[in-house]
Design a protein around this ligand. Structure first.
Ligand code: SF4
Ligand code: SF4
Length: 343
């Protein structure tokens, strides 16, 4: 057993992509909580991309990492530019210099050539059957965490209490082997502190019964959080019972613990303008390229349950996904963030 797989409990997330509106609230909630210090200007531990698209960092799916038949796959560490760099804005001109001409907020200096969600709402397909969907991405708290296994300093570990992947910044020497090994490219290099950094799963919140900022702030109420082994919780039901929540890129073999409800889309049009109710606007092969072969059964289950709900029949799955009460999204983490005490 590798160092990354020794946890006893595993916290997990399920994100229902059918409810994401791409508002970026999760990304901003995370950024404003964790990425304000020196060297984090370009770090967005949670990013929301338009899919299909090149992602963040740019073309991350071509950067390697993870495993193939349990053998580590060589990867590269994304550069600051691959993430889009940290943009500088004319804040002082707009907010502090009196702004007599009412100048708008703009990127100052060199104009950026890439950034998080650069290809916003572009998507794919031919009109009128074009399509896109949003995909929030963060660290996957992988069970077989390639980042942990790659660190020669033993600076990274999976916590046995919840399976969150943590880093001892005092041990980190900034070699970036973790960033090379992570196939999701969710590790950032802090160019000021010369260490790597990544999502910590909002541990200080979790430990006090408060949901991670991305989940709690989401106005779409699409982020479920809980322990994978809690058979009464939504995560277990969606992943193991309904089997509609799937890991992203399971072929990377890191066993991610962030799962996605794959996106449905409106039925496509036939050439004569009629609606092809049996058709699929998002190509099944695209969905399989993201979520693996299990996506087809998951989509069938989702469509069946949607139809049941539409025709007035009871659907336990739809009730679960709709989450009428926000507390049902993360039953173990419903404390108000205002009650957090910080040491
Ligand atoms: Fe490590 Fe990347 Fe998996 Fe997060 S997503 S646990 S950084 S391999
Ligand atoms: Fe999607 Fe929720 Fe993030 Fe908005 S806050 S982009 S709805 S996951």
């Amino acid at each position: 057993m590798s160092a990354s797989t020794t946890g006893t409990r595993q916290i997990a997330m399920v994100l229902d992509l059918n409810k994401c509106i791409g508002c970026q609230t999760c990304a901003v909630a995370c950024k404003s909580l964790w990425c304000k210090d020196e060297g984090t200007d370009y770090q967005w531990w949670c990013t929301v991309n338009t899919m299909p698209g090149r992602g963040t960092p740019k073309d991350y799916e071509e950067m390697g990492g993870g495993y193939k038949d349990s053998i580590p796959v060589r990867g590269i560490a994304p550069s600051r530019e691959d993430f889009g760099g940290g943009w500088k804005f004319n804040h002082s001109e707009v907010f502090f210099d009196g702004n007599p001409e009412h100048k708008p907020l703009r990127v100052a200096g060199e104009q950026p050539q890439w950034g998080p969600n650069w290809d916003e709402d572009q998507g794919a397909g031919e009109y009128p059957n074009s399509y896109f969907y949003y995909m929030p991405r963060l660290c996957n708290f992988c069970t077989h965490a390639a980042c942990v296994d790659a660190c020669p300093r033993g600076a990274m570990a999976k916590r046995s209490s919840d399976g969150i992947v943590v880093r001892d910044e005092d041990r980190c020497r900034g070699y970036q082997f973790c960033a090379e090994a992570c196939p999701y490219k969710k590790i950032y290099f802090n160019y000021e502190l010369k260490i790597s950094q990544h999502c910590i799963g909002c541990i200080p919140r979790l430990e006090q019964g408060v949901a991670p900022a991305c989940a709690r702030q989401c106005p779409g109420r699409l982020v479920f959080v809980g322990y994978l082994d809690d058979e009464d919780g939504p995560i277990h039901k969606l992943v193991n019972e309904w089997k509609v929540a799937l890991p992203l890129h399971p072929e990377y073999e890191t066993l991610p613990n962030v799962y996605y409800i794959p996106p449905l889309a409106p039925a496509p049009f036939n050439e004569d303008g009629s609606v092809n109710e049996a058709g699929s606007r998002i190509p099944p092969e695209h969905l399989e390229s993201q979520f693996g072969p299990g996506v087809h059964d998951a989509i069938d289950t989702l469509k069946t349950e949607v139809e049941k709900a539409r025709s007035g029949e009871a659907s336990g799955l739809m009730d679960l996904l709709i989450a009428y009460n926000w507390q049902d999204l993360f039953p173990d983490f419903t404390r108000d963030p205002i009650d957090i005490t910080w040491d």
